[in-house]
Write a protein that binds this ligand. Structure first.
Ligand SMILES: [Zn+2]
Ligand SMILES: [Zn+2]
Length: 374
């Protein structure tokens, strides 16, 4: 029900199973890396992006620490994302440095579309049916979010003595570097300890030192009648929590599944109605689908192909002004394709009888033609 398309799973990128051995991962990368290498695909603009993803996937899965990290956090979240949740990394900063994995891991995940931001906001897609969108609905949304690890209370290490001073910044939390061609030293936050000045020496086993774990949770989302595909709902405070931060939000994007028969145009519902040649000529009462179930439509005698018939008040409920839109029915006249000899003769007889007098469009066309050449 919930999807998150932009994020790539390294196992899927390399087309290997979750329990693939190191050798299998290596050979998958060799095989696919050779095929997608940008040098071998000079005319394919997408090749370099595919190669970047393959490379990132390989670097994550070929390193046992990064693979463990991904399995514990990334895979759980991504796996759930496809079945009913979202990647827990959505917007939550994680100090990979604390488990002695450098910021490169962050870059690798970034190459696969797994982003890091300052807030713990999560983005989910919620798919609903056409009728649910028309009349409103309440849906249960299941998803994963990150919360503080209970075992280490979010510290990443079990005891306070399990930390050591950060060697990169000598415990200062900031490092100096030189920017550009000018020899000006600039200070920035240490990317290894993220400004804390210390790193985890002995990681908590429950969370591999991250200090956070994924937790399954759910939300009831009520959508009012007439909700549009692509509209969003923000539920405050239900995103990732932890590290003493204010909890992030959950932003839900509504995706309305297309209907087999109906199309929505504003507050109106549009559908096509195939009728026989005889029904169009003679008129008929025809059973039709409406949003409220079966209905009956009177097709008047002499209905032309493409005529739009309207049933008032059978469309989408109007949110602001009240009432409902209309149902618009486009008449499609089906011409018989296979006639036996007897039927063919009947049509010939009918044609002789009708002449041009009873066919308004044909008559005006012939008149215009006459004007044109006289
Ligand atoms: Zn922990
Ligand atoms: Zn540091």
């Amino acid at each position: 029900m919930l999807t998150r398309c932009s994020v790539k799973d390294p196992y899927e990128v390399l087309s290997v199973p979750r329990n693939a051995t190191e050798a299998e991962i290596k050979s998958a990368f060799r095989r696919q890396g050779a095929k997608h290498h940008p040098d071998r695909n000079p005319d394919d603009a997408g090749a370099s992006q595919r190669f970047k993803e393959l490379n990132a996937a390989y670097q994550i899965l070929s390193d046992s620490k990064k693979r463990t990290m991904y399995d514990r956090f990334g895979a759980a979240g991504l796996g759930a994302a496809r079945g009913g949740g979202a990647g827990p990394f959505g917007g939550m900063p994680i100090d990979f440095s604390e488990i002695k994995i450098d910021g490169i891991f962050g870059d690798l995940l970034d190459a696969l579309g797994i982003k890091f931001g300052d807030r713990g906001d999560l983005q989910l897609d919620l798919e609903i049916d056409f009728n649910e969108a028309a009349f409103g609905c309440t849906k249960k949304v299941n998803y994963d979010r990150l919360v503080d690890c209970v075992a280490c209370q979010g510290r990443g290490a079990v005891k306070d003595t399990d930390f050591i001073m950060c060697g990169t910044c000598d415990g200062r939390g900031r490092v100096r570097y030189q920017q550009g061609v000018f020899p000006i030293a600039v200070e920035r936050t240490c990317s290894v300890c993220h400004g804390k000045g210390r790193t985890v020496q002995l990681a908590c086993e429950g969370c591999v030192g991250v200090g956070m774990k994924t937790k399954k949770c759910n939300l009831d989302v009520t959508l009012s009648p007439g909700v549009q595909s692509g509209s969003t709902r923000t539920i405050a405070g239900r995103g990732n929590i932890g590290r003493g931060r204010k909890p992030g939000d959950v932003e839900i994007t509504v995706k309305v599944r297309p209907h087999e028969l109906f199309r929505r145009v504003g507050d109106n519902v549009v559908c096509q109605l195939p009728v026989t040649f005889a029904q169009a000529v003679l008129g008929d009462e025809i059973e039709i689908p409406t949003l409220d179930g079966k209905g009956v439509l009177r097709v008047p005698p002499g209905t032309q192909p493409g005529t739009i018939l309207r049933i008032r008040g059978k469309g989408i409920p109007k949110r602001v002004v009240g009432g409902r839109g209309d149902q618009m029915i486009e008449v499609v006249v089906e011409i018989p394709t296979q006639l036996n000899e007897e039927q063919r003769l009947l049509v010939v007889q009918l044609a002789d009888q009708l002449g041009e007098s009873v066919q308004p469009q044909r008559r005006s066309f012939v008149e215009k033609l006459r004007d044109l050449f006289n």
